[in-house]
Every structure is written in C-alpha cells, then in structure tokens.
Design a protein around this ligand. Structure first.
Ligand code: ADP
Ligand code: MG
Length: 697
C-alpha cells in the first residue's frame, strides 16, 4: 500500500537517502542500543531536512512527552537568513540532536526550580521522525526525550527507555543461562487497544462540562442505555465509518499499523487496535492515535472523548495494554510452544511475570491511576482495582503440577465444532479469554486491562518492564550461582508456583465475592489515585527504581507530587464547572419552568375554579423543593472549594480533602441537578441529554 508510512522517515527512506556508512552506523545505534555517533547526526539532519522539504514541510519540532501525559511541540522554521535579505532552509545536526524548550510551564513536581527553568530535549533515534499534517501544513516531528539541566527525567519517554534497557539486560542473562548465545537484545513489545467515545459537535458545544473536563458532570440516565447490548460489534453508522476510514488513512501515513476497529459496549463508544510493536514506538504511536482521533473527529463534526468515564451509568473507556518480550532474532519469549510443560525457558519467564505482578501489584495499580480511572476501577464494569492474573486452563494446570513438584503434561484444547459441516472446526483456545481479569495471559502475551484511556501508556510499561526485569535478575542471580542448574531451576519454579498462587484467579473479577476473597488472600485493593500515589514514596519502591536506574528518589518524588497535584487540580476544575453550570444554567431553567407552572396554575384556576391543577402543583412543589436542596448543595460545594483553595497542607492531604469532601459535595449537587432534569420541560432544559449525546451520531 502506497500511503503506508508515507510521512515517516523510516528505514526504507534512510536506506535510500543516507550514505551507506551513516546508515549502518545509525541502524547499529537503533538495533543494538549503542550510543549515537555525533558525526552521524549532521548527515542525518541534512537528509531529513531535504526529505521533509521535498514533502512540503516548512517547520520542524522536537516532539516530546512531558509529565502532563500528552505531547508537546515547539515549532521552529527551517528558514535561516543569508546575505542580501535572502533565506536558506537549514537544519543542523545540533538542532536534530538537542533542543532547549522553555520548560518552566511544564509540570516538574519541584524537580527544577523555576529560576533555572532549563530543560533539554534529546533525539530518540529509536523512534522514527515523521511529518504531521495540520490544516495543510507539514511539520517535521522529531521524537525526543525531555530532561532537566541536571539530567533528571522530566518526561515519560526517558524512564521508558531506561526500563527497556534494564529489561533487555536481565532477560539476556536468563537466555544465556539457557544456552542462548546468539540473541543480543530483548525488547518488550506492546499493542495498545484504545477505547473512545464520539459525540456530535453541536451537542458537545452546549456542554461546558464536556468542554472543560471531558466528562458530563450532570445528566440523568437515558431511557435506553447499553442493556440491549446492540451496539457492541454492531454495524457502523455511515458517519462513524467515514471518520474511521479517514482516521486509518491518517494513521497509516504516520506508519501506525491501525488494524481493527469496532463498536464497543456502550452506545457511542468505539475501539481501535494497532498491530503491536516495540514498546517505545508503540507508546509514541498511541499518542499519535489519540491526537489523530481528536483531530479527525472534528472534521466530521464530532468530538472524540478520551476520558475514562464521560457518562455515568454506561461503560467507561480504557486501554488494553498487550505486553510481551521479543528477541532481536524474532522469538517471542511468551510463546508457549506446543508443549509448554517441557519448555523451561518459557516457564521460567511466566513464573517471573507471575511473581513480579504479585510482588509489585501496587506499583501496577499506581501506573493506571488517574482521576478519570477512579470512576471505573471497582465500579462493577471494568477490571476492579485488585490485580489478579488469569492464566488459562493449560497454564493453570501446569502451575498446579509445579506446586506438586512434577511436570507431566500440557492440556490441549479440544476441537470445537459448530455442528455445521461447512464451517471449519477450530481448536478451543487454551487461554479462552476471561474478559473480567485485569491481567490475562492471552496466548503469547499478557493483557493489562486496567490502563486509563486518556493516559500515556508509558507509565504502565515502565512498571511492567521494571518489575519483570527485577524478578528476572533475582532468578538469574540464583541460577548463575547454582552448582546444579536443573535442580535450582526446579526449586525456583516450584517456589514461585507455591508462593504466588494467591494472585491467580480465573473466576468473575467483577463480582462482590471476588472482592471479599481477594481481601482474604491479602491482595491489595487501592481504590483511589490519592492513596495509590503513596506507593511511589515507599522505600521499597525507591530501592527498586534506583537499583535499575529507571528513576531516582528525586524523580519519583516529582512524580508523586505531580500525580497528586493533577488529581486536586482536576477535581477543582470539575467542581468550579459544576458550580458555574448550576448557577447559570440549571437554576435559571428551574426558575423559568417553575414560573411557567405557577402562571399556568393561576391562569387555569381563574378560567375555571373547578379545574384540577393537582399535576401542575405536584410538579411545582417537587421542582421547588429540589431547587432548594440544589441551592443548599451548591453553597456547600462553593464553601468546600474555598476551603480547598486556601489549604496549605501537603499534596497528599490536599488530595484527600478533594476526594473525601469536594468530590462528595459534587455528587450531592449532581443528584439534585439530575432530578431537576427529569422534571423540567425539555424545551427549557439547557443541556443536551444523555439520550441525545449517546444515540445521535
Ligand atoms: P483482542 O484482545 O481484542 O482479542 P488480539 O488478541 O487479536 O485482540 O490482539 C490484541 C492486541 O494485542 C493487538 O494490538 C495485537 O497487535 C497485540 N499483540 C499481539 N501479539 C503481541 C505481542 N507479542 N506483544 C504485544 N502485543 C501483541
Ligand atoms: Mg483486548
């Protein structure tokens, strides 16, 4: 296909445009993770510039991922003045390698005092440069890492690259122990399935809550929700199909392998899945996916909502982060092969994942925490806030064999026939999917399903890479010292199967019983972003991150501060938006309708004293009493917000106040607002309804 990768400075373009030696040197850097030769940068920059200009680009930008979780760009033009008032198009190696954006307005969590607000961006040559199209202009985007003057990571990419390095190192140690001498690098691979909602732009524009916070802060339940399950995988509406087509084109040009798309569970909800790739590139691509979704939707008079819970009472959105590890010679380390009970390398790696997820479940939980996800996790519809692992029949059986200290079989799925001769019989997938598990083995990869829809997937993958690297290193330490390799390995496998069986669960993860059972097993259940943040500051967390040089104490502190600060800020914005909507839209509507009702009662009564106006009176009374309650709850919320704004407590206590006081007051206000919506005349009600937003596409 001609357009695929058309806007990417990819390997094919490099091979064509770079001198052989430069190309070789650069690919060596990329493939083997070696340091970049500075001499190479100058030549690459020149070739990149020529390529970009030929395509019509006028500007370039270092494209980076500050701790806001989205991407940032600062555009510079290629233009450089020459003699006689002329200009030349220039782009030097230095400009390619390093940039210095004004970093003072990005969150740094105190990492960088503002007086020395210097941050540097550095070219990540392992992720290809690309051209981004915006309103007809093309900009050369150079993926970069972003760090401070003193070398501390200010972004999401730097720790991800560090975690990939440590995973490769530890996985290689293990592979060597199993006699592998040819692999030189192990990379984690990721495929991120992205869920999102689409709403009509005209309706969106009438909802201040959607505009400012990405979710509806008021809204009564529609008469129809998702109960008929008629949306899931249903045929696409023409308008949505046109959007998806254009989105695919856009993503293909950017080299993103967007592959499947379908309706999701909730009405107005959809999903896009790409083909997996190297974690680093998959993370960049997921940012491009989110970015493109928003832009393309606008061209179709729709708005793409990436919030985890745009609508109360219907399914929220998440990301399924499919994760595996691959060798540079193309072997998927989570591929069980036909008889996994004989595949000891595979079993060791599976055991490492199980132990890592059990030992560091709380870190995984933190990695998926944001204010939006607090509405989902544990809300009876998404993976609960408890981490557990689903292994499937075959591996579960192998695990029980391991506990008993002997391996004799790999269960094989039975042939499953449909009863129709002309349909192919297929082997039942031995990992037959348990959709309620937050961490499921799905054949040759693990699927982490807790990830929030709007967040960068960097955080969750940093944790996965890091914790699995740590356990691999523990195993390697023991095995390297072992006098009898086979015996030590047996011990490790048996121990893991015994000590970590509590994390394995193949029942219904959404059930109440599981919450109780998990508590009995001692599994952590952290229900809010605020409490999750505390895990970052534990000594054991700091030791782990520092041991593998993924983040140091200061860098972790900054992330702790930022997580909490963003939480409080988000709730604060939501509270202020609710106050504004209640004051300026809902109360006036209530007054208008109550006046109409009152006038109607007076008019009818004066026309006929015998007329029964009990319906109007009943409505009027219900309306007035709800309005009184709403006003009282509004006042409480206003006071709570004032208290919160005046607080000088530390970030954690501030967050707790927002969660326990402000958020609770918001719920009370919403309750009255939604009740008014059910009473007030639809022509007077100022906000588009759930039914309109969810079903009018
Ligand atoms: P579903 O979860 O909807 O049943 P699939 O199992 O087909 O879908 O794949 C889901 C995602 O997992 C896709 O994005 C796919 O590219 C990704 N994936 C497949 N193999 C791997 C792998 N080895 N590493 C990481 N991701 C993978
Ligand atoms: Mg999935």
């Amino acid at each position: 296909m001609k357009i695929f990768g058309e806007n990417v400075f990819n390997e094919a373009v490099m091979r064509e445009r770079l001198p052989k030696t430069t190309y070789k040197s650069l690919t060596k850097t990329i493939e083997e993770g070696l340091p970049l030769d500075p001499g190479v940068a100058e030549i690459v920059a020149n070739a990149m510039k020529d390529w970009a200009i030929e395509k019509g680009a006028t500007h370039f930008t270092h494209w980076f991922q500050p701790l806001t979780g989205i991407t940032a760009e600062k555009h510079d033009s290629f233009i450089s003045p020459t003699k006689h008032g002329l200009v030349a198009m220039e782009f030097s190696g230095k400009e390619l390698i390093q940039g210095e954006p004004d970093a003072s307005s990005f969150p740094s969590g105190g990492l960088r005092a503002t007086f020395e607000a210097r941050g540097y961006t550095a070219w990540d040559c392992t992720s290809p440069a690309f051209l981004k199209e915006d309103a007809g202009t093309l900009t050369l985007c150079i993926p970069t890492a972003f760090y401070s003057y003193t070398g501390e990571a200010l972004d999401k990419k730097t720790p991800l690259l560090r975690s990939m390095q440590t995973l490769s190192k530890q996985a290689l140690r293990l592979l060597r122990l199993f006699g592998n001498t040819s692999t030189t690098r192990v990379t984690s691979t990721v495929g991120a399935e992205q869920e999102y909602f689409l709403v009509d732009k005209k309706l969106f524009d009438k909802r201040m809550d959607l505009m400012l916070t990405g979710r509806t802060l008021f809204g009564a339940m529609p008469p129809k929700g998702q109960e008929l399950e008629d949306h899931y995988f249903g045929s696409l509406k023409t308008r949505v199909a046109a959007f998806m087509h254009e989105l695919n084109m856009e993503l293909w040009k950017l080299g993103v392998l967007a592959k499947t798309q379908h309706n999701e569970v909730a009405p107005g909800q959809f999903e896009l899945a790409p083909i997996f790739g190297t974690t680093n590139i998959a993370t960049d691509h997921n940012q491009l996916v989110m970015d493109s979704m928003k832009k393309v939707a606008l061209r179709h008079d729709m708005v793409c909502l990436l919030h985890e819970k745009p609508f109360a009472g219907v399914n929220g959105s998440g990301k399924h982060n499919n994760w595996s590890m691959s060798t540079d010679d193309g072997h998927n380390l989570l591929d069980p092969g036909p008889t996994p009970h004989e595949n000891f390398q595979f079993l060791t790696i599976i055991c490492a994942v199980v132990k890592a997820v059990d030992d560091y479940a709380e870190l995984l939980r933190v990695s998926a925490a944001n204010p939006g996800n607090d509405h989902r996790l544990g809300a009876n519809e998404a993976p609960p806030a408890i981490i557990s692992i689903f292994l499937g029949d075959q591996l579960t059986d192998i695990f029980s064999q391991l506990q008993n200290g002997g391996l004799s079989r790999s269960l094989q799925g039975e042939k499953s026939a449909s009863g129709v001769k002309t349909l192919p019989a297929f082997r039942k997938d031995s990992t037959d999917r348990n959709r309620t598990s937050p961490f499921a083995f799905t054949g040759n990869k693990f699927e982490f399903r807790m990830v929030a829809s709007s967040q960068s997937i960097s955080g969750p993958n940093v944790v996965l890479n890091l914790i699995i690297a740590e356990v691999l290193s523990q195993f390697a330490d023991r095995l390297e010292q072992a006098t009898d390799f086979d015996q030590t390995l047996q011990e490790i496998l048996k121990e893991t199967a015994k000590n970590h069986k509590r994390i394995l669960f193949d029942g219904n993860g959404y059930s109440e019983e599981w919450v109780e059972e998990a508590a009995k097993r001692g599994l952590p259940n952290i229900s809010s972003t605020v409490d999750a943040a505390l895990v970052l500051m534990r000594q054991s967390t700091i030791d782990l991150y520092e041991k593998h040089k993924v983040l140091n104490r200061t860098e972790l502190e900054s992330r702790y501060e930022i997580n909490l600060e963003q939480y409080s800020k988000q709730i604060n914005i939501e509270a202020l938006t609710m106050i504004d909507m209640a004051q300026h839209q809902i109360i006036p509507a209530a007054i208008k309708y109550s006046t109409q009702l009152a006038n109607s009662i007076i008019a009818i009564k004066s026309a006929s004293s015998a007329a029964d106006v009990s319906v109007q009176e009943e409505l009027l009374n219900a309306l007035c009493s709800t309005l009184v309650s709403l006003k009282a709850n509004l006042t409480t919320l206003e006071e709570d917000v004032q208290v919160a704004n005046a607080m000088t407590n530390d970030a954690y206590e501030h967050g707790v106040y927002y969660r326990d006081v402000v958020f609770k007051a918001m719920e009370a206000l919403r309750h009255d607002g939604d009740k008014l919506e059910t009473i007030i005349d639809a022509d007077i009600w100022p906000l588009p309804t759930y039914a309109q937003m969810l079903f009018m596409l």
